[in-house]
Design a protein around this ligand. Structure first.
Ligand code: ADP
Ligand code: ASP
Ligand code: MG
Length: 412
């Protein structure tokens, strides 16, 4: 029997009404004659009683020095509670189901708390439930080391659980159910006009995910790409097909050489960034290396890095500003900080080797008086650092200019 992985995000299991719709989706799979393997996230979002942020705060707000190990233990409970609630609902509906922790489902992790990698997946125990015609409901976002230490897989990690199980069980499909109708050309909560992308390839969606499109976790895409797993990102509450993520894309294979306005597939963003500018009185290779080594040792992840003889520029998430400043002060370096920044990224495989895309980005932003604080690029992405207050305007401007997702004959 074909296996279909059905992953339901926190937004899809947050209320009894939504959970009833989840049950309907599982029934649809059974009616198709397929075996569902369900993966769930913790119920709800920040502020909800069993949401990941609430459980995290339970430990961290009261005991600021609590270890990452204990935080992982408490966070892993959110998904377990969700799995138990859903399996109980299924049983009450006459569908045999059992909740499994990530470890029980065979997710073997590397021991890194808060950001674990799954190093192996041993689904034999899970398969015994399938053999007994029981629907397994797996707690996403977690696994355990061979010694039994519980690890979580980074925020948004339940998507990765679903894809790993999809690969391990050779599933026919992995459906990621969420609260939007698929991967859109920009965050639909910021830009109403964002268009749902019918098909997108792994490279582009991976770039969008790394640059902040949190509708799908970047590691999930990496695992899907390596194992050639096709994903569908769908809305729990509508019947649309959503976005198919595979090797193919809507725009691959077409010739965009003539009109550089057609080269962008989507726009992603990351908020809450700070830009650091570190001044060196004179070039100093040793100090330069020490700076980046000490930042790494302090666990400060840096982005949009510009290294010049007398100046080093980089951005960090605002919640590590203090840690970053401590490193700079210990090295007696002079620095300036620009707080409240955001990064907007335009992504598209169509921009590879196309001249003039950067000029269009600059022109469009200048026309709307949006100051560019810094830029960075790879072959399919241009990133622009702007002030947080300009973020919405920058997304709208670039979206209007490049018209990602607009069908050639579309009037929209
Ligand atoms: P879930 O709880 O289902 O995992 P998430 O909150 O992790 O849901 O992801 C869904 C959210 O991703 C949407 O509500 C939307 O605001 C956001 N999002 C950001 N960028 C995009 C995008 N390009 N397309 C669709 N959604 C996006
Ligand atoms: N519940 C976890 C989080 O909020 C994992 C997930 O939702 O995928 O990050
Ligand atoms: Mg998510």
């Amino acid at each position: 029997m074909s296996i279909i992985i059905q992953k339901f995000g926190g937004t899809s299991v947050g209320t009894p009404e939504l959970r009833s719709q989840v049950i309907e989706r599982i029934k649809e799979t059974l009616q198709e004659g397929c075996q569902p393997v369900v993966v769930v996230s913790a119920m709800g979002r920040k502020g909800d009683p069993y949401a990941t942020d609430t459980l995290k705060a339970l430990a961290e707000d009261i005991y600021p020095d609590v270890s990452l190990r204990e935080v992982d233990l408490v966070m892993s409970c959110g998904e377990i509670l969700s799995a138990v609630v859903l399996s109980s609902m299924l049983n009450a509906e006459g569908i045999k189901a059992s909740a499994l922790t990530g470890a029980q489902a065979g997710m073997v992790t590397d021991g890194n708390y808060a950001n674990a990698q799954v190093v192996d997946c041993c689904p034999d125990h899970l398969c015994s439930f399938i053999d007994d015609k029981v629907v397994p409901v797996v707690a996403g976002f977690q696994g355990s080391t061979p010694e039994g230490e519980i690890n979580t897989m980074g925020r948004g990690g339940s998507d990765t659980t679903a894809v790993i199980l999809g690969a391990a069980l050779d599933a026919e499909r992995v459906d990621i159910f969420t609260d939007v109708s698929g991967v859109a050309t920009a965050d639909p909560r910021i830009l109403e006009e964002a268009r749902i992308i019918d098909r997108i390839n792994y490279s582009e969606v991976s770039q969008l995910a790394y640059e902040g499109a949190r509708v799908i976790h970047p590691t999930a895409i990496e695992v899907a790409m390596k194992n050639n797993v096709t994903l569908a990102v769908r809305n729990l509450t509508d019947s649309g097909p959503g976005t198919i993520i595979s090797e193919e894309s809507d725009i691959c294979g077409k010739d965009y050489g003539v009109n550089p306005r057609q080269v962008v597939t989507g726009i992603a963003h990351i908020s809450d960034l700070a830009q650091f500018m570190v001044d060196f009185a004179e070039p100093d290779a040793h100090l330069e290396l020490e700076l980046f080594e000490k930042l790494g040792e302090a666990g400060v992840s840096i982005d949009l890095i510009g290294v010049f003889p007398n100046l080093k520029v980089f951005s960090v998430k605002q919640d590590v500003i203090k840690r970053t400043e401590r490193v700079l002060q210990n090295l007696s370096l002079d620095y300036r900080i620009q707080k409240d920044c955001a990064k907007v990224s335009v992504v598209g495989v169509g921009m590879r080797n196309i001249p003039g895309v950067m000029a269009q980005v600059v022109k469009a932003l200048q026309q709307h008086s949006i100051e560019i604080l810094q830029t960075g690029d790879s072959n399919i992405t241009i990133c622009i650092l702007v002030r947080e207050e300009d973020l919405g305007k920058a997304i709208r401007t670039l979206h209007e200019h490049f018209q990602p997702g607009k069908k050639e004959d579309s009037k929209v």
